[in-house]
Every structure is written in C-alpha cells, then in structure tokens.
Design a protein around this ligand. Sequence first.
Ligand SMILES: [Zn+2]
Length: 430
Amino acid sequence: MTKTFMPNIKTAAELENHQLKGLQWTVQHAYDGSPFYRNSLDEAGVRPRDIRSLEDLQKLPFTTADGLKEGYPFPLLSVPFEKVVRMHASSGTTGKRKVLCYTQKDIADWTHFFARCYEMAGLDTTDRVQIAVGYGVWTAGISFQMGCEAFGAMAIPVGPGNLDMQCQFLVDFGSTVMCCTASMGLLLAEEVHRRGLGDRIKLKKMIFGSERASDAMRDRIQTLLGVEHMFDIPGMTELYGPGTGLDCSYHAGIHYWADYYILEILDPDTLEPVPEGEIGEMVVTTLRKEAVPLIRYRTRDLTRIIPGTCPCGSILPRHDRLLGRSDDMIIFRAVNIYPGQVDHVLSGIDAIGCEYQIIVDRREDGRDYMCIKVEAAQDVETTQFEDISKRISREVKKQIMVSAEVEMLSYGILPRSERKSQRVFDNRED
Ligand SMILES: [Zn+2]
C-alpha cells in the first residue's frame, strides 16, 4: 500500500478525543512555557486543569495580532530558545511584520500535513511540481517544496515571476502541477496562450496560494491552459504557513486539518459562535504546535463552515473559501461589505474579464459613494458597456443591497500583478 498522510481517525468521536488531548496539552504547554500566555490565562482565571472538555475552549482568552506585536521579535515563544530551529516572517512593514519560530517537530508536522495537501489533490509520485511562489523569509516556497519532497513527487523550485523561465520549464520538464498565486496563474496562462505552447505542456493541476482566485479568473485560466483541477490552499504565517487545508477533487469546500488545529467561526463583533454555515471570523487553536502555540487566535479572515459530509467521504471537516478579511470589511452607508461579495456578484455576469476595483469616496455632500470598475471580456464591444454596467449595478443592488456606480473598462486596462492584486481603494478619511 502506498504511504498516506491522512489522519488515522475514523469517527467524529475519535476526532473530538484527539482534539481534547491536543487542547489540554497546548494549554499546559503554553502556560508553562510562555509568560505572555501565563499572564493572559491568569487574568482570565483559567488554569490548564480547567480544560476538561472541548466546550471548555470557550473559557480561554483570545490571542490577537497585538499579542504578536507585543512580543516582537520572538512573540508567544513557549519553548527554550535552543529548541528553535527556524523562523519565518510575514511580509509587511516593521512593527506590522509577524515573526514566528519553529521547533524541529513543528517543521516535521508542517511538512507532513503539507504532503497531505498533495495527496488530497490526487497527485502521485510521478508528478512534477513547479513551485512558483516566493522563497525567502516568508513561509511559502520552502513549505511547498518540503511537502512535495516528503510526498515523493518531484519539486521544481522556480520562485515567482520570470514568465520566460516558467514557460520554458513547463515545456522542458513536463511539469504536471503548478503552485502559484491566482494572479500569477492568470499571467502565466495568458503567456502560454500568447506563445502558442498549449499543445506542448502537460499541466493538469494548479494549486493557488495566498489569495482568493475569483471564479472569473479560474474560468479564464481553465480555458487558456485546459487544466483538470484548480485547488485553493489556505495558510497564514501564524498557523505554520500554507498547507493547513485543501479542497478535494469535488471542490466542495476546503478540508482543513482538524487533527492539527481547532477552527471556530465567531461573530467578529460579539465573539460568539455563529450558527453553523454562517459567515464569521476564523479563530484557531493549535493542538501540537510547540514553539508558538496559538490559543484562540483571531485570524481576521472571514469564512463559513460547510455543514454535512463531503461527497469524497473524508472525516476532515470543511470551510468555505476565504471571503476576505474582517479588516477589509468596508462599512458603506451602514452596510458591511467584503470584497468577496462583489466578486461573487461579478462571477454571475458574463461578458466581463477577471479584474475589478472597488473605490469608495466621501464627496462634498458628506455622503459615501462606491464605484466598481470592471474590465470587459476580451471580445466585448464598447457599445455593449452601458448594458453590462446596468446589469452589474442591478445585481449589486439586489444581492448586496447597496447602490454603486459601475464603470466598464476595456480588457487589459486594470493593472495585473504577480502577487496579490489590490481591489479595494477606500479614499475616505477617518
Ligand atoms: Zn472532499
């Protein structure tokens, strides 16, 4: 039998038992090893021995990005320094940069569950994985590579950008899997198409990290490259890095590794759990992380739990794609809007391209105005623009319940990026 990286857990009760043990270990470990956590637990009046069931999770205090900032450069460290073997940092300016430490076991755990991503995506050891995400102090490149090697497929570590080399490697090395951001995937697809390389490449699967791929982007990439599957890989530096889950071939939500962390979905205002299936903020608690355990860490990412069992039959629960950040939520005329909602509306409209921008201004009358700039699809005539913009306006009004001006632009006008495209421009002064 081939090696599997899936958990050896068969029932929901077994999973709960596994999570409870991990939770108890984590709270004790953090309490013993980190002055920050000891303080925060003491202040909340919770002792490690008070954690007797999974419901007791709700007694635990939250950890936020401020906790990370406070302990800079090595926040929340819960092991003696000689046990640390690596550090990573998120992109961002000093002060905002999140720095996380890892023990040997943390790296081994991360590598193991990252290999699980490739297994979930249906790869085998003959696959050739072109890794076009960033290498360096951030968590991306090295984790894609270590997971790939542990899984047993061949890693082709290229890094981002350099479309010329990417195209050449696709042809010469017969890469079957491409790992990149969705924006990079689109650039690559357009380049492969422009050079007429479609028949000479063997690409079957794409794994998109670090930003949400809009449906329009996926459609365009699929059309241009003819790949069989496109997967979304979530990940944040605080929680190891990329690879904390993946959608299976049914693409019915992202299976997350509930044997490594507990995911709560909470209302970002009240911090109470939302009803199952409703959108809220992801709050994570790790079960085995040594160097920097997370206890009820508020990620600011918005998503929802997908109820029920996946057609694939996996015991691993699912969350939806990330629908934006609670920080990115635009409060517009007293309505909460996140970019994912606009994206969803646009995905239902044909004749438009993949790029859009949301611009919010406050005008002299003191009122807020929203303008959505949308690119038309490549073959659409400008005479159709008025019709399309009216249709988008109507759908935005209907689905998000706000009025927005819609400006149609010709294909290729909005800037493309190899990293994350900025989509929201909030020009209001606070
Ligand atoms: Zn599944």
